[in-house]
Design a protein around this ligand. Structure first.
Ligand SMILES: *[C@@H]1O[C@H](CO)[C@@H](O)[C@H](O)[C@H]1NC(C)=O
Ligand SMILES: *[C@@H]1O[C@H](CO)[C@@H](O)[C@H](O)[C@H]1NC(C)=O
Ligand SMILES: *[C@@H]1O[C@H](CO)[C@@H](O)[C@H](O)[C@H]1NC(C)=O
Length: 399
């Protein structure tokens, strides 16, 4: 009997598999943009062809593969919206080029993904934001009402998804922007823009939780990674940052009250020739919120201007802000553990907390930051900080 059952399974299994395959449950189905009229000449605007491809790919009830072959496609501002009927893998093999026509600049993103689950974006391709055509239109340093330029790729309300093996160059604004996302992993990405390009954050995260960023190389004109209001349970490791403004929590407290930032881990990262290393910044004055449970561990700095900084007097406007040192953002439970390397300025460790809500439970463990320039060695300056220190402390004297 056993032999007969075995025989039946062997004979019948391929039969069942073929049925499943015919119904498209196992076999992925490819939706190639060139079959929908996309032209890979780098000049034709392919927005309509990409949307038509998306419409069919998203309606397909099985495993969809949105396929961008190895060629160069000009693509206007586009939003890929779900929910879809099956799972979606968005494969970028080629290069996507953003518009350089100023009349198309002022959208919130170039490539948007919204209301999606089980999305995978990968393929080894390039996203070329063509930012040099647009940076001169950014007047946000001078104008607080400035119109913002588009992020290269935006994810809004995306869950249980992955982005990996992609390169983004010369974004007009942030490279990647995450809003209201849950459980997303970003890895093996390379993001670059010139050190003097305005607001080109690498990855900007807000109102999102359970996000992992690992094995990324980010060199850009603003923060390599920034986490603003509502960022929770964010795990960053094996990231190389430089040039750029470091990995930042904040700025907090400008417009979102009670959207707390908590559960941030930054581990095994390097900062090379950056303006800042590890930074927490809040506006002053500010709305009330909490930034807590923030852990920095095993961080190497080479020639970083402000390696470790808490700045609760953040005011980027040249005209200044009303009252200083009155931020209502409570910063607490912050650990800097095993931070070493070189500072390019004398003050290697600078913790300036709020005069009304001092930082609480700040731990400094094995800090070794050298400064080799004139007026050395390195020093630290701290105010309104409550905490403790353990192990080596170079520079010392803070806690
Ligand atoms: C999902 O499938 C249904 C039924 O086939 C169809 O009516 C609907 O438009 C599809 N959804 C999307 C997002 O395409
Ligand atoms: C992301 O990575 C974490 C940790 O490795 C894992 O638990 C989680 O399931 C991953 N999420 C996705 C969507 O792949
Ligand atoms: C960081 O590096 C250490 C030492 O190489 C390793 O033991 C640890 O698992 C790494 N942590 C992460 C989160 O990758």
């Amino acid at each position: 009997m056993a032999m007969i059952y075995g025989f039946q399974i062997v004979v019948l299994l391929p039969f069942f598999l073929s049925i499943i395959t015919i119904n498209g449950v196992l076999q992925p189905k490819y939706f190639d943009v060139t079959k929908y009229g996309a032209v890979a000449d780098g000049k034709t605007d392919n927005t309509r062809a990409f949307l038509a491809t998306w419409k069919d790919a998203c309606a397909y009830p099985g495993r969809s593969r949105f396929w961008i072959p190895r060629a160069t496609f000009l693509l206007g501002s586009i939003s890929f919206e779900g929910p879809c009927n099956g799972s979606m893998t968005f494969l970028i093999k080629g290069t996507l080029k953003a518009p350089t026509d100023p009349s198309k600049f002022f959208t919130d993103s170039w490539i948007g993904f919204r209301y999606l689950e089980n999305l995978v974006v990968k393929g080894g391709g390039f996203l070329d934001g063509q930012g040099s055509s647009a940076w001169k239109y950014n007047d946000c340093q001078k104008n607080s009402q400035c119109k913002s330029l588009p992020a290269t790729m935006r994810f809004d309300f995306v869950q249980n998804s992955k982005v990996h093996h992609l390169r983004s160059i010369n974004s007009k604004n942030s490279h990647f922007n995450l809003f209201a996302c849950y459980n997303m992993n970003i890895s093996f990405v390379r993001l670059s823009a010139p050190a003097d390009s305005p607001n080109t954050d690498g990855i900007h995260i807000g109102t999102s939780s359970k996000i992992t960023i690992s094995r990324a190389i980010i060199g850009t004109g603003d923060d390599c990674i920034s986490m603003v209001s509502g960022s929770q349970d964010i795990d960053i490791h094996d990231v190389v940052c430089g040039p750029g403004h470091g990995i930042s929590v904040g700025s907090l407290g400008r417009s979102h009250s009670h959207e707390h930032v908590m559960g941030i881990k930054v581990r095994n990262c390097s900062f090379i020739n950056t303006d800042n290393g590890l930074r927490i910044k809040t506006w002053s004055p500010s709305l009330y919120s909490v930034a807590s449970d923030i852990y920095f561990q095993n961080i190497f700095m080479r020639n970083v201007r402000n390696p470790v900084v808490i700045d609760q007097q953040y005011c980027p406007f040249p005209s200044g802000c009303a009252v200083q040192s009155t931020s209502a953002v409570q910063i607490k439970d912050v650990t800097f553990d095993n931070i070493w390397g070189t500072s390019s300025t004398k003050v290697a460790l600078n913790l300036q907390c709020s005069g009304v809500l001092p930082c609480k439970n700040v731990k400094l463990i094995n800090i070794n930051l050298a400064y080799h320039g004139p007026g050395g060695p390195a020093t630290s300056t701290c105010s309104h900080v409550i905490g403790s220190s353990y192990g080596k402390q170079i520079p010392g004297g803070c806690l």
